[in-house]
Design a protein around this ligand. Structure first.
Ligand code: GDP
Length: 300
């Protein structure tokens, strides 16, 4: 939690300190509540979610007749946590079952942090005693496969790659095949994310998924979202959810934004559980997402 807190320090300053400063005033009049609203919107929580959160906060503060900063902090924490769907299943389905490896398909736009997150997840799985095979299904850029291979070397995973310009679905198929034959625990498939050719990309992803499913189900389709892209990123995310059945979201670069409220917007708009958060570029800068703990870190 201490680490989460220090990595979120920018968000913390903007949202946590801002909110708490307003709520510690002697009088919480309409202006103060407007400022609470502005602070939440400024942190990318989203307009609709903010309106609802502030309405409930006002009502609860009124009913409780409360004005002590500690009590108000708790109210805020409760409301933000509630807005994050605290009861959703956030386990990453990345461990083997029924005698076969778990298959995780990693999707998202270029630069969102797919390759980095693949490396970090592999790191966690390997630390837990699992064997991991990575598949470089972004065959469009040789650099992408090189980068995945570098991560594989760094964390001690194997990697399957195809010829540059080859068929991504073939690489995905070969990776799952090899993973099954060699009995690895987890197969992580890194995909391309060129949004310039949206139709082509989406067809490609759908095909990758179909081809993997010839071996068996994809256990987790993880959408990687860059927290610094804010509401724009959310629109792009929707395109992916329409093509592949996304089962979880990893929100990266939360260390690089003052707008930690984006997690609430993602959760609400997509209705898909945020399972992981990226907090830096290093191999250990990945944390499971847990609403109450996250809100605690955010409020400082
Ligand atoms: P991809 O194109 O989706 O595979 O994205 P990459 O994995 O190549 O990441 C793009 C850039 O974002 C790289 O410079 C990464 O180091 C950086 N990055 C990824 N995740 C995080 C994160 O959680 N925090 C920060 N600060 N940088 C990140």
């Amino acid at each position: 939690l201490v680490r989460l807190r220090s990595r979120l320090s920018r968000s913390q300053n903007a949202l946590g300190k801002g909110l708490l400063a307003i709520l510690s005033r002697d009088r919480l009049d309409d202006d103060a509540w407007d400022e609470v609203e502005e602070t939440l919107i400024g942190a990318d929580v989203g307009v609709q979610a903010t309106t609802e959160i502030v309405e409930r906060l006002r009502e609860r503060a009124r009913v409780l007749g409360t004005s002590s900063p500690a009590e108000l902090r708790k109210l805020v924490a409760d409301e933000l946590t509630a807005a994050l769907g605290p009861d959703m299943d956030r386990t990453l389905k990345a461990t083997p079952h029924d005698g076969r490896p778990a298959v995780v398909l990693v999707v998202g736009v270029n630069g969102a942090g797919k390759t980095t997150t693949c490396g970090k997840i592999a790191r966690v799985l390997i630390a837990d005693g699992h064997s991991v095979l990575l598949g470089a299904a972004d065959t469009f850029r040789a650099a992408a496969a090189d980068q995945l291979a570098t991560w594989a070397g760094r964390v001690g995973a194997e990697v399957v790659r195809g010829p540059e310009g080859g068929d991504p679905a073939a690489v995905a198929f070969d990776t799952v095949k090899r993973g099954t034959e060699t009995g690895v625990d987890s197969v992580l498939i890194d995909t391309a994310g060129r949004l310039q050719n949206k139709v082509g990309l989406m067809d490609e992803l759908a095909k990758v998924k179909r081809v993997i499913e010839r071996h068996g189900p994809v256990d987790e389709t993880l959408l990687i979202l860059d927290a610094t892209t804010g509401q724009n990123g959310l629109e792009q995310a929707r395109v992916f959810t329409e093509v592949v059945d996304v089962t979880g979201v990893a929100l990266t670069k939360l260390d690089g934004t003052a707008k930690g409220g984006i997690v609430i917007a993602v959760q609400r708009k997509l209705g898909i559980p945020v399972k992981l958060v990226g907090l830096g570029e290093g191999p250990d800068d990945l944390a499971p997402f847990e609403p109450a703990q996250f809100v605690d870190a955010l409020l400082g």
